[in-house]
Write a protein that binds this ligand. Structure first.
Ligand SMILES: C=CC1=C(C)c2cc3[nH]c(cc4nc(cc5[nH]c(cc1n2)c(C)c5CCC(=O)O)C(CCC(=O)O)=C4C)c(C)c3C=C
Ligand SMILES: [Fe+2]
Ligand SMILES: [Fe+2]
Length: 328
C-alpha cells in the first residue's frame, strides 16, 4: 500500500468564460442539461432548451454578466480561484485545486491534476454550505464521472454540508456586524437563499431544513449577543427558474411587500453563496434594490458574500482540518 498523500478539491457551480451570448449559451447548456438541476425527460427538455431557452436567455443573461464582470473574469471564477490560492498558502504541504461543475476548470481537469501530483486521498469540498441535490449531489456525480476511466481511484471524502458549522456561523455574524458598523441596524434583514423546486424537497432534498438551520443559528446568536429583535430576520428564496412552484417566500415578492408595508431600511445577505456572482451582484445588489425603492423603500444595502475574506479562508481551513483529521 502506497503512502497516504492528501489533496483538497474545492468545487463550485460554474460560470461562463466570457460575458458573451455564445459563452453564456455554452455554460447554460451544460448546466441545464444536468438532470440533477432539470429532471424533465430528455426528449421533452432538450428541444425546449436548445430551441427556445438558450437562444432567448443567453443574450439577455450575457448583458447581465457584462454588468458585473471583473478585470480578471467572472466574479464567481475570480473569488473561487482566490479561495483556492489562499488555502494553498495556508497548507503548503497539501495540494489544493478548484473546479466547477459546469465550466472551466472542470472537475475532471482538477482531479487529473491532483492525481498527477501523487495525491491518493482527496477531500472534496462543495462550496455550498447548505446541501441540495441540485448542487452538492451534482458535485458528487461530477467527481464520480471524473474517475470513471481510472483503474485505480483515490480514497475520497465528501463534505455534504456545513450549514451550522460554528466557524461558518461566526463568519456570517462578523460580516453582519461589520456591515452594521457602517450602515446601521436595519428594520429588516433578509437571508436570501437560492431556491429549488418544492417538488425536490417533497422528494427528500433536505435543503430547506438546512437553510432554516443556518438562519436560526445566526438569529439566536445575534439575539443573545447583540440584542437583535429576532423579528428583524427573515428567510426568503431567490432566483426562481421555470414554471413549477419553488420554495417560498420569494425574495422579490417579500421585498415588494415589506416596502409597501412601510419598511424604509432593508439589508439583504445571501449566506448560501460562498462567492459573489450573478445571483447576488445583479439579482440582489442591483435588482432587489430597484424593487425596494420602486415600492417606497429608502435605504437598501447588500451584505457581500464571504468571498476571499480572511474570515472565510479561516473557516474553510477549520472545516478542512476537521474533515482531514477525522479520518486519518
Ligand atoms: C447556492 C446554491 C444554489 C442552488 C441550490 C441552485 C439551484 C438551482 N439553480 C438553478 C438555475 C440557475 N442558477 C443560475 C446561477 C447560479 N446558481 C447558483 C447557485 C445555486 N443554484 C450560482 C452560484 C449561480 C451563479 C453563477 C454565476 O456565474 O454567477 C442560473 C444562471 C443564471 C441565469 O440564467 O439566471 C440558472 C439558470 C436551478 C434550476 C436550480 C435548482 C433546481
Ligand atoms: Fe442556481
Ligand atoms: Fe438568476
Amino acid at each position: 500500500m502506497s503512502k497516504n498523500k492528501q489533496g483538497i478539491l474545492l468545487v463550485n457551480l460554474g460560470t461562463p468564460d466570457e460575458p458573451t451570448a455564445k459563452a453564456v449559451s455554452k455554460y447554460l447548456k451544460t448546466f441545464l442539461s444536468d438532470s440533477r438541476v432539470v429532471d424533465l425527460p430528455k426528449f421533452i427538455w432538450q428541444p425546449l432548451l436548445r430551441g427556445i431557452i438558450l437562444p432567448i436567455r443567453s443574450p439577455k443573461v450575457a448583458k447581465l454578466y457584462a454588468s458585473i464582470w471583473l478585470d480578471e473574469g467572472s466574479p464567481l471564477y475570480v473569488y473561487t480561484k482566490r479561495q483556492a490560492q489562499a488555502l494553498a498558502q495556508k497548507m503548503p504541504d497539501i495540494p489544493v485545486e478548484f473546479a466547477f461543475c459546469y465550466s472551466n476548470p472542470t472537475v475532471k481537469m482538477a482531479m487529473d491534476s491532483l492525481l498527477d501530483q501523487g495525491v491518493n486521498d482527496i477531500l472534496v469540498l462543495p462550496l455550498y454550505p447548505q446541501y441540495s441535490c441540485s448542487t452538492s449531489a451534482a458535485v458528487f456525480d461530477a467527481v464520480a464521472r471524473s474517475l470513471q476511466k481510472r483503474r485505480a481511484i483515490p480514497s475520497l471524502r465528501f463534505i455534504r454540508d456545513y450549514a451550522t458549522f460554528e466557524p461558518y456561523i461566526d463568519a456570517l455574524i462578523l460580516s453582519i456586524k461589520a456591515h452594521e458598523m457602517t450602515h446601521g441596524r436595519p428594520e429588516k434583514l433578509l437571508f436570501s437563499l437560492h431556491g429549488i423546486p418544492v417538488r425536490f424537497a417533497k422528494q427528500g432534498d433536505d435543503y430547506p431544513i438546512r437553510c432554516k438551520a443556518t438562519v436560526d443559528a445566526v438569529k439566536k446568536r445575534l439575539e443573545e449577543e447583540d440584542g437583535w429583535d429576532p423579528e428583524i430576520i427573515q428567510l426568503t428564496f431567490q432566483s426562481k427558474f421555470g414554471k413549477e412552484p419553488w420554495l417560498t417566500p420569494a425574495t422579490d415578492a417579500s421585498i415588494e411587500s415589506l416596502a409597501k408595508n412601510g419598511v424604509k431600511h432593508l439589508q439583504v445577505i445571501c449566506p448560501g453563496f460562498t462567492a459573489d456572482c450573478l445571483e447576488t451582484l445583479e439579482e440582489i445588489s442591483i435588482g432587489s434594490k430597484e424593487i425596494f425603492e420602486e415600492h417606497g423603500g429608502e435605504t437598501f444595502s447588500y451584505i457581500p458574500a464571504l468571498n476571499d475574506s480572511s474570515e472565510h479562508i479561516n473557516l474553510l481551513l477549520e472545516l478542512i482540518k476537521k474533515n482531514l483529521s477525522a479520518n486519518t
